[in-house]
Design a protein around this ligand. Sequence first.
Ligand code: MRU
Length: 356
Amino acid sequence: MTNGTLHDTIRAIRWADGKLHLLDQRKLPREQITLSYEAVDEVAAAIRDMVVRGAPAIGVTAAYGVVLAARAQFLAVGGGWKSAIEGDLDRLAQSRPTAVNLFWAIERMQSLISTLTDEDPEPALLQEAIVIHEEDIAANRRMGELGAALIESPCAVLTHCNTGSLATAGYGTALGVIRSAYAAGKISAVFADETRPWLQGARLTAWECVQDNIPVTLLADGAAAHLMKQGDVKWVIVGSDRIAANGDVANKIGTFHAAIAAKYHGIKFMVVAPTTTIDMAIACGDEIPIEVRPASEVLGLNGQTVAAEGAKAWNPSFDITPAALVDAIVTERGVVLNPDREKMAALMSGGTTDCD
Ligand code: MRU
């Protein structure tokens, strides 16, 4: 095993035998169950219900969902499949609102659809979905190198949510940087917020790190500022679900808190996301749709109610970190330091790297 593969063994999305196979992330870490899908509406439900989650993973899954939709419509109506598929794609797009990778992937598949004839679309669409899948892994590996290069000397890092192989096609965004930096001897300790209420940190990041031999220490989200005060953490490293044209970042609820605390303590804040997560049509973070999930996720734990009977709950799933709190946005095209509108536009318009 090379350093690259030593800390990278998990894959959550697989296409085999004409079916989409997803590792059920609702069950991790206690059970490792893979569910198989042959119908696009089931794929949409899997995204909505968080069998698969994480912005790039949602995009890759949706691409395979389009393949399944096209297959079913071609079988049902033959040459009329292109118009018949439209309702399927609308329902797929409604599965979750914040991660722009979902819409990006559907639009990319739609661009290909517009070039196809009335013949069987499955081979061409499947090929495109596989390319999307492979491109995401390649982007993550590149971001891993670029992000690790920003870490100058061995230090502790803090991450939030799950941004690893489970949240992407493989390797991960923020966790990809952590994988690369750990392999390069640049990380003395990985701290992971448990990430209430869905516990992506406690259940998924901790599981990935343990599986891939990266020592990890969990903390309650509310302990992060106190940890930062101890002085060992030099970088907070997170992913994103959508980055606006001005560099504002939507990510898992609690990220904004971590960014404010990092700024207070003089700790650097790194956002790691492929360009498929950047939405230049959204001017600033206030315009990003924020998913509000069921109150039951806050009122209970593992299906058991823990809150006082009669209490209500507010459960926004994401928050917006203003660009002013971000030291670096790491993409596969390069790093944007102290992001703003001009630097984001330069990155997206021509592969500018290391903008400052
Ligand atoms: O609600 P989730 O689990 O889909 O939220 C995931 C996140 O917020 C991740 O940090 C984000 O998608 C980046 S992961 C590569």
